[in-house]
Design a protein around this ligand. Structure first.
Ligand SMILES: Nc1ncnc2c1ncn2[C@@H]1O[C@H](COP(=O)(O)OP(=O)(O)OP(=O)(O)O)[C@@H](O)[C@H]1O
Ligand SMILES: [Mg+2]
Length: 378
Protein backbone atom coordinates (compact mmCIF):
# COMPACT_ATOMS: atom_id res chain seq x y z
CA UNK A 1 0.00 0.00 0.00
CA UNK A 2 2.68 2.52 1.04
CA UNK A 3 4.79 1.25 -1.86
CA UNK A 4 1.92 2.04 -4.27
CA UNK A 5 1.81 5.65 -3.18
CA UNK A 6 5.42 6.42 -4.01
CA UNK A 7 5.82 9.17 -6.59
CA UNK A 8 8.00 7.02 -8.83
CA UNK A 9 5.29 4.39 -9.01
CA UNK A 10 3.58 6.74 -11.51
CA UNK A 11 4.42 6.08 -15.13
CA UNK A 12 6.69 8.77 -16.57
CA UNK A 13 7.71 10.18 -13.21
CA UNK A 14 11.44 9.62 -12.99
CA UNK A 15 14.04 10.45 -10.35
CA UNK A 16 14.38 14.11 -11.48
CA UNK A 17 10.68 14.90 -11.17
CA UNK A 18 10.45 12.92 -7.92
CA UNK A 19 13.26 15.00 -6.48
CA UNK A 20 11.72 18.27 -7.69
CA UNK A 21 8.44 17.31 -6.08
CA UNK A 22 9.87 16.16 -2.77
CA UNK A 23 12.02 19.28 -2.53
CA UNK A 24 8.76 21.21 -2.74
CA UNK A 25 7.20 19.12 0.04
CA UNK A 26 5.21 16.75 -2.20
CA UNK A 27 6.11 13.32 -0.93
CA UNK A 28 3.59 10.87 -2.35
CA UNK A 29 0.75 10.35 -4.82
CA UNK A 30 -1.83 11.54 -2.26
CA UNK A 31 0.01 14.85 -1.89
CA UNK A 32 -0.29 15.45 -5.64
CA UNK A 33 -4.07 15.21 -5.39
CA UNK A 34 -4.25 17.26 -2.22
CA UNK A 35 -2.20 20.13 -3.66
CA UNK A 36 -3.64 20.12 -7.22
CA UNK A 37 -1.95 21.08 -10.56
CA UNK A 38 -1.97 24.88 -10.14
CA UNK A 39 -0.12 24.68 -6.86
CA UNK A 40 2.21 21.91 -8.02
CA UNK A 41 3.27 24.09 -10.97
CA UNK A 42 3.75 27.10 -8.70
CA UNK A 43 5.87 25.35 -6.09
CA UNK A 44 8.04 23.23 -8.38
CA UNK A 45 8.43 25.65 -11.26
CA UNK A 46 7.33 22.98 -13.74
CA UNK A 47 5.05 23.81 -16.69
CA UNK A 48 1.34 23.87 -15.84
CA UNK A 49 0.67 21.27 -18.57
CA UNK A 50 3.21 18.89 -17.06
CA UNK A 51 1.79 19.41 -13.59
CA UNK A 52 -1.72 18.72 -14.89
CA UNK A 53 -0.55 15.47 -16.53
CA UNK A 54 1.19 14.27 -13.37
CA UNK A 55 -1.79 15.08 -11.16
CA UNK A 56 -4.13 13.34 -13.60
CA UNK A 57 -1.90 10.24 -13.49
CA UNK A 58 -2.01 10.38 -9.71
CA UNK A 59 -5.80 10.64 -9.79
CA UNK A 60 -6.11 7.61 -12.10
CA UNK A 61 -3.71 5.68 -9.90
CA UNK A 62 -5.82 6.35 -6.81
CA UNK A 63 -9.10 5.61 -8.63
CA UNK A 64 -7.66 2.25 -9.75
CA UNK A 65 -6.57 1.56 -6.19
CA UNK A 66 -10.12 2.29 -5.03
CA UNK A 67 -8.83 5.10 -2.80
CA UNK A 68 -10.77 7.92 -4.43
CA UNK A 69 -13.88 8.03 -6.61
CA UNK A 70 -13.68 8.52 -10.39
CA UNK A 71 -15.20 11.51 -12.28
CA UNK A 72 -18.46 9.85 -13.13
CA UNK A 73 -19.75 7.62 -10.44
CA UNK A 74 -23.01 5.84 -9.89
CA UNK A 75 -24.74 6.70 -6.65
CA UNK A 76 -24.26 3.08 -5.58
CA UNK A 77 -20.48 3.58 -5.84
CA UNK A 78 -20.64 6.79 -3.78
CA UNK A 79 -22.80 4.98 -1.27
CA UNK A 80 -20.21 2.20 -1.10
CA UNK A 81 -17.37 4.73 -0.74
CA UNK A 82 -19.24 6.41 2.09
CA UNK A 83 -19.38 3.09 3.91
CA UNK A 84 -15.65 3.64 4.57
CA UNK A 85 -16.49 6.78 6.52
CA UNK A 86 -15.54 6.32 10.13
CA UNK A 87 -17.21 8.00 13.08
CA UNK A 88 -15.52 9.04 16.30
CA UNK A 89 -17.66 9.09 19.41
CA UNK A 90 -17.62 12.31 21.43
CA UNK A 91 -17.81 10.27 24.63
CA UNK A 92 -21.20 11.84 25.39
CA UNK A 93 -24.73 10.79 24.50
CA UNK A 94 -25.86 14.34 23.82
CA UNK A 95 -23.18 15.29 21.28
CA UNK A 96 -23.24 11.84 19.68
CA UNK A 97 -26.96 12.43 19.05
CA UNK A 98 -26.22 15.83 17.51
CA UNK A 99 -23.45 14.38 15.33
CA UNK A 100 -25.54 11.34 14.47
CA UNK A 101 -22.98 8.95 15.93
CA UNK A 102 -19.84 11.07 16.11
CA UNK A 103 -17.29 13.13 14.22
CA UNK A 104 -17.02 11.89 10.63
CA UNK A 105 -13.94 11.11 8.59
CA UNK A 106 -13.67 12.46 5.02
CA UNK A 107 -15.23 15.67 6.31
CA UNK A 108 -14.26 19.01 7.78
CA UNK A 109 -16.19 19.91 10.92
CA UNK A 110 -16.08 23.49 12.11
CA UNK A 111 -16.88 24.30 15.72
CA UNK A 112 -17.40 27.98 16.35
CA UNK A 113 -18.39 30.02 19.38
CA UNK A 114 -17.24 32.72 21.73
CA UNK A 115 -14.24 32.44 24.12
CA UNK A 116 -14.56 29.85 26.85
CA UNK A 117 -17.45 28.00 25.21
CA UNK A 118 -15.47 24.75 25.07
CA UNK A 119 -13.96 24.55 21.58
CA UNK A 120 -10.51 23.63 22.89
CA UNK A 121 -11.98 21.23 25.47
CA UNK A 122 -13.89 19.52 22.68
CA UNK A 123 -10.73 19.27 20.55
CA UNK A 124 -8.87 17.72 23.50
CA UNK A 125 -11.68 15.26 24.14
CA UNK A 126 -11.81 14.18 20.49
CA UNK A 127 -8.01 13.72 20.51
CA UNK A 128 -8.52 11.08 23.18
CA UNK A 129 -11.71 9.51 21.84
CA UNK A 130 -10.27 8.85 18.35
CA UNK A 131 -7.76 6.54 20.01
CA UNK A 132 -10.44 4.24 21.41
CA UNK A 133 -10.94 0.94 19.63
CA UNK A 134 -13.60 0.67 16.93
CA UNK A 135 -15.76 -1.42 19.26
CA UNK A 136 -15.68 1.43 21.76
CA UNK A 137 -16.58 4.10 19.22
CA UNK A 138 -13.09 5.28 18.25
CA UNK A 139 -10.97 4.62 15.17
CA UNK A 140 -7.87 3.33 16.90
CA UNK A 141 -6.01 6.22 15.29
CA UNK A 142 -3.54 8.96 16.10
CA UNK A 143 -3.95 12.73 16.10
CA UNK A 144 -2.26 15.60 14.35
CA UNK A 145 -2.98 18.62 16.56
CA UNK A 146 -2.17 22.00 15.02
CA UNK A 147 -2.02 24.40 17.94
CA UNK A 148 -2.04 28.04 16.87
CA UNK A 149 -2.84 29.68 20.21
CA UNK A 150 -0.60 27.67 22.51
CA UNK A 151 -3.62 26.25 24.31
CA UNK A 152 -2.84 22.55 23.91
CA UNK A 153 -2.50 21.12 27.43
CA UNK A 154 -1.15 17.57 27.87
CA UNK A 155 -2.45 17.69 31.47
CA UNK A 156 -6.00 17.90 30.15
CA UNK A 157 -5.32 14.92 27.88
CA UNK A 158 -4.14 12.96 30.94
CA UNK A 159 -7.35 13.81 32.88
CA UNK A 160 -9.61 12.99 29.95
CA UNK A 161 -7.80 9.71 29.27
CA UNK A 162 -8.02 8.69 32.94
CA UNK A 163 -11.73 9.55 33.05
CA UNK A 164 -12.22 7.18 30.11
CA UNK A 165 -10.11 4.40 31.63
CA UNK A 166 -7.33 4.78 29.10
CA UNK A 167 -3.58 4.70 29.67
CA UNK A 168 -2.59 8.42 29.69
CA UNK A 169 0.98 7.79 28.54
CA UNK A 170 -0.09 5.80 25.53
CA UNK A 171 -2.70 8.40 24.69
CA UNK A 172 -0.18 11.27 24.88
CA UNK A 173 2.19 9.33 22.70
CA UNK A 174 -0.31 9.17 19.88
CA UNK A 175 -0.92 12.92 19.69
CA UNK A 176 1.49 14.71 17.40
CA UNK A 177 1.42 18.39 18.25
CA UNK A 178 2.48 20.99 15.71
CA UNK A 179 2.75 24.47 17.18
CA UNK A 180 2.09 27.00 14.43
CA UNK A 181 3.86 30.32 14.95
CA UNK A 182 2.32 32.28 12.09
CA UNK A 183 -0.23 31.73 9.36
CA UNK A 184 2.37 30.74 6.73
CA UNK A 185 3.83 28.21 9.15
CA UNK A 186 0.31 26.91 9.82
CA UNK A 187 -0.18 26.31 6.09
CA UNK A 188 3.28 24.76 5.75
CA UNK A 189 2.55 22.27 8.55
CA UNK A 190 -0.49 21.05 6.68
CA UNK A 191 1.33 20.94 3.34
CA UNK A 192 4.03 18.78 4.89
CA UNK A 193 1.64 16.58 6.85
CA UNK A 194 1.12 13.78 4.29
CA UNK A 195 3.89 11.40 5.44
CA UNK A 196 3.09 12.07 9.14
CA UNK A 197 -0.56 11.17 8.57
CA UNK A 198 0.33 8.02 6.70
CA UNK A 199 3.11 6.75 8.96
CA UNK A 200 1.18 7.30 12.18
CA UNK A 201 -2.30 6.26 11.07
CA UNK A 202 -3.62 9.72 11.86
CA UNK A 203 -7.41 9.66 11.96
CA UNK A 204 -8.04 13.12 13.39
CA UNK A 205 -6.52 16.45 12.42
CA UNK A 206 -7.28 19.35 14.74
CA UNK A 207 -6.72 23.00 13.83
CA UNK A 208 -7.26 24.99 17.04
CA UNK A 209 -7.80 27.78 16.14
CA UNK A 210 -7.93 27.60 12.35
CA UNK A 211 -8.46 31.31 11.91
CA UNK A 212 -6.77 33.15 14.81
CA UNK A 213 -3.36 33.71 13.24
CA UNK A 214 -4.85 34.89 9.96
CA UNK A 215 -6.98 37.41 11.82
CA UNK A 216 -4.04 38.64 13.90
CA UNK A 217 -1.71 39.06 10.93
CA UNK A 218 -4.05 40.56 8.36
CA UNK A 219 -5.59 43.56 10.02
CA UNK A 220 -7.77 46.15 8.36
CA UNK A 221 -10.02 46.14 5.34
CA UNK A 222 -7.18 46.50 2.84
CA UNK A 223 -5.76 43.11 3.75
CA UNK A 224 -9.07 41.26 3.88
CA UNK A 225 -8.82 39.82 0.36
CA UNK A 226 -5.33 38.38 0.94
CA UNK A 227 -6.37 37.02 4.33
CA UNK A 228 -9.43 35.28 2.93
CA UNK A 229 -7.41 33.89 0.02
CA UNK A 230 -4.80 32.38 2.36
CA UNK A 231 -7.41 31.10 4.76
CA UNK A 232 -9.27 29.61 1.83
CA UNK A 233 -6.10 27.77 0.84
CA UNK A 234 -5.69 26.41 4.37
CA UNK A 235 -9.24 25.16 4.83
CA UNK A 236 -9.43 23.64 1.36
CA UNK A 237 -6.18 21.82 1.99
CA UNK A 238 -7.56 20.56 5.29
CA UNK A 239 -10.76 19.42 3.65
CA UNK A 240 -8.93 17.63 0.80
CA UNK A 241 -6.57 15.91 3.24
CA UNK A 242 -9.56 14.66 5.26
CA UNK A 243 -11.14 13.24 2.12
CA UNK A 244 -8.01 11.73 0.64
CA UNK A 245 -6.62 10.19 3.82
CA UNK A 246 -10.04 9.21 5.21
CA UNK A 247 -9.54 11.11 8.45
CA UNK A 248 -11.67 13.56 10.40
CA UNK A 249 -10.73 17.26 10.34
CA UNK A 250 -11.82 19.51 13.18
CA UNK A 251 -11.36 23.27 12.89
CA UNK A 252 -12.25 25.72 15.64
CA UNK A 253 -13.22 29.29 15.00
CA UNK A 254 -13.87 32.05 17.51
CA UNK A 255 -16.85 34.33 16.99
CA UNK A 256 -16.97 38.04 17.49
CA UNK A 257 -19.99 40.18 18.17
CA UNK A 258 -21.55 41.83 15.11
CA UNK A 259 -23.51 44.83 16.33
CA UNK A 260 -25.11 45.18 12.89
CA UNK A 261 -27.01 41.92 13.32
CA UNK A 262 -30.40 42.64 14.88
CA UNK A 263 -32.14 39.39 14.23
CA UNK A 264 -30.89 35.96 15.15
CA UNK A 265 -27.64 35.47 16.96
CA UNK A 266 -25.45 38.61 17.08
CA UNK A 267 -22.28 36.59 16.62
CA UNK A 268 -20.64 35.30 13.53
CA UNK A 269 -17.49 33.27 12.85
CA UNK A 270 -14.45 35.45 12.23
CA UNK A 271 -13.45 33.19 9.37
CA UNK A 272 -16.46 34.58 7.58
CA UNK A 273 -17.80 32.61 4.68
CA UNK A 274 -14.50 30.98 3.77
CA UNK A 275 -14.54 28.39 6.54
CA UNK A 276 -18.31 28.12 6.47
CA UNK A 277 -18.46 27.23 2.79
CA UNK A 278 -15.70 24.67 2.98
CA UNK A 279 -16.89 22.88 6.11
CA UNK A 280 -19.12 19.87 5.74
CA UNK A 281 -20.55 20.32 9.22
CA UNK A 282 -20.78 23.46 11.31
CA UNK A 283 -21.54 23.40 14.98
CA UNK A 284 -22.17 26.44 17.11
CA UNK A 285 -21.22 26.27 20.82
CA UNK A 286 -22.86 28.70 23.20
CA UNK A 287 -22.46 29.30 26.93
CA UNK A 288 -25.56 28.87 29.03
CA UNK A 289 -24.58 29.34 32.66
CA UNK A 290 -22.54 26.34 33.71
CA UNK A 291 -23.74 24.35 30.75
CA UNK A 292 -23.19 24.69 27.05
CA UNK A 293 -25.47 24.50 24.04
CA UNK A 294 -24.34 22.92 20.78
CA UNK A 295 -26.32 23.58 17.64
CA UNK A 296 -25.90 21.83 14.28
CA UNK A 297 -26.00 24.84 11.99
CA UNK A 298 -25.19 23.52 8.59
CA UNK A 299 -25.15 19.94 7.46
CA UNK A 300 -26.05 18.12 4.26
CA UNK A 301 -27.98 15.48 6.14
CA UNK A 302 -28.47 16.36 9.81
CA UNK A 303 -31.55 18.28 10.96
CA UNK A 304 -30.82 21.66 12.56
CA UNK A 305 -31.08 20.79 16.22
CA UNK A 306 -29.65 21.73 19.60
CA UNK A 307 -28.36 19.74 22.54
CA UNK A 308 -27.11 20.70 25.97
CA UNK A 309 -23.70 19.51 27.13
CA UNK A 310 -21.23 20.46 29.85
CA UNK A 311 -17.49 20.68 30.51
CA UNK A 312 -15.72 18.69 33.21
CA UNK A 313 -12.60 16.75 34.09
CA UNK A 314 -13.54 14.22 31.40
CA UNK A 315 -13.64 16.98 28.75
CA UNK A 316 -17.06 17.39 27.16
CA UNK A 317 -19.63 15.58 29.27
CA UNK A 318 -23.36 14.90 29.39
CA UNK A 319 -25.27 17.51 31.43
CA UNK A 320 -26.57 14.80 33.80
CA UNK A 321 -23.00 14.07 34.81
CA UNK A 322 -22.31 17.62 35.94
CA UNK A 323 -25.58 17.67 37.88
CA UNK A 324 -24.65 14.46 39.64
CA UNK A 325 -21.28 15.84 40.63
CA UNK A 326 -22.67 19.23 41.73
CA UNK A 327 -25.26 17.56 43.94
CA UNK A 328 -22.59 15.38 45.45
CA UNK A 329 -20.42 18.41 46.23
CA UNK A 330 -23.31 20.27 47.84
CA UNK A 331 -24.02 17.31 50.08
CA UNK A 332 -20.38 17.14 51.13
CA UNK A 333 -20.21 20.85 51.98
CA UNK A 334 -23.48 21.08 53.83
CA UNK A 335 -23.68 17.60 55.21
CA UNK A 336 -26.46 18.06 57.81
CA UNK A 337 -29.82 18.75 56.12
CA UNK A 338 -30.01 17.44 52.60
CA UNK A 339 -33.64 18.43 51.97
CA UNK A 340 -33.12 22.01 53.11
CA UNK A 341 -30.04 22.39 50.90
CA UNK A 342 -32.06 21.39 47.91
CA UNK A 343 -34.81 23.86 48.78
CA UNK A 344 -32.30 26.68 49.09
CA UNK A 345 -30.82 25.87 45.70
CA UNK A 346 -34.22 26.01 44.07
CA UNK A 347 -35.16 29.38 45.54
CA UNK A 348 -31.88 31.06 44.64
CA UNK A 349 -32.56 30.41 40.98
CA UNK A 350 -35.96 32.19 40.95
CA UNK A 351 -35.94 35.64 39.36
CA UNK A 352 -37.92 37.18 42.25
CA UNK A 353 -35.03 36.76 44.64
CA UNK A 354 -32.55 38.15 42.14
CA UNK A 355 -34.69 41.30 41.95
CA UNK A 356 -34.78 41.82 45.68
CA UNK A 357 -31.04 41.31 45.91
CA UNK A 358 -30.44 44.13 43.48
CA UNK A 359 -32.43 46.79 45.36
CA UNK A 360 -30.45 46.91 48.63
CA UNK A 361 -27.23 47.26 46.62
CA UNK A 362 -28.50 50.43 44.99
CA UNK A 363 -29.63 51.83 48.32
CA UNK A 364 -26.27 51.07 49.82
CA UNK A 365 -24.31 52.91 47.13
CA UNK A 366 -26.45 56.04 47.62
CA UNK A 367 -25.63 56.06 51.30
CA UNK A 368 -21.92 55.54 50.74
CA UNK A 369 -21.73 58.37 48.23
CA UNK A 370 -23.37 60.87 50.59
CA UNK A 371 -21.00 59.83 53.39
CA UNK A 372 -18.05 60.37 51.13
CA UNK A 373 -19.12 63.84 50.14
CA UNK A 374 -19.69 65.20 53.60
CA UNK A 375 -16.12 65.06 54.94
CA UNK A 376 -14.60 66.65 51.79
CA UNK A 377 -16.95 69.61 52.04
CA UNK A 378 -15.87 70.31 55.63
N1 LIG B 1 -10.53 20.63 34.14
C1 LIG B 1 -11.67 21.23 33.82
N2 LIG B 1 -12.82 20.86 34.40
C2 LIG B 1 -13.97 21.47 34.10
N3 LIG B 1 -14.08 22.48 33.23
C3 LIG B 1 -12.98 22.90 32.63
C4 LIG B 1 -11.72 22.31 32.89
N4 LIG B 1 -10.79 22.95 32.15
C5 LIG B 1 -11.45 23.89 31.47
N5 LIG B 1 -12.76 23.87 31.75
C6 LIG B 1 -13.82 24.73 31.22
O1 LIG B 1 -13.51 25.05 29.91
C7 LIG B 1 -13.66 26.46 29.70
C8 LIG B 1 -12.69 26.90 28.64
O2 LIG B 1 -13.03 26.23 27.46
P1 LIG B 1 -12.13 26.29 26.17
O3 LIG B 1 -10.74 26.61 26.52
O4 LIG B 1 -12.41 25.05 25.44
O5 LIG B 1 -12.79 27.53 25.43
P2 LIG B 1 -12.59 27.96 23.92
O6 LIG B 1 -13.94 27.88 23.30
O7 LIG B 1 -11.49 27.18 23.32
O8 LIG B 1 -12.20 29.48 24.10
P3 LIG B 1 -11.23 30.39 23.19
O9 LIG B 1 -12.07 30.92 22.07
O10 LIG B 1 -10.80 31.47 24.13
O11 LIG B 1 -10.10 29.54 22.72
C9 LIG B 1 -13.40 27.07 31.03
O12 LIG B 1 -14.12 28.28 31.16
C10 LIG B 1 -13.94 26.04 31.98
O13 LIG B 1 -15.32 26.28 32.15
MG1 LIG C 1 -9.59 27.64 22.63
Amino acid sequence: MVEDLRLDSLEGVGPVTTRKLSDAGVHNVMDLIVRGPVEIAAITGMEKDTAEKIVEKARQHLVEGGIIASHFTRATEIYKHRQNIGKITTGTNCLDTLFDGGLETQALTEVYGEFGCGKTQFAHTMSVMVQKSKEEGGLDGSVLYIDTENTFRPERIVSIAKAHDMDPEKVLDRIIVARAYNSSHQILILEESGPVIEENNVKLIVADSAVGLFRAEYLGRGTLAVRQQKLNHFVHLLSRIAETYNCAALATNQVMASPDVFFGDPTRPIGGNVVAHTSTYRIYFKKSGKKRIARMVDSPHHPEEEVIFALGEAGVIDPEDIDKKTTKKVIVKKSTKKTKDLEIEATVETPEIEATVETPEIEATVEIESDDFEPTEE
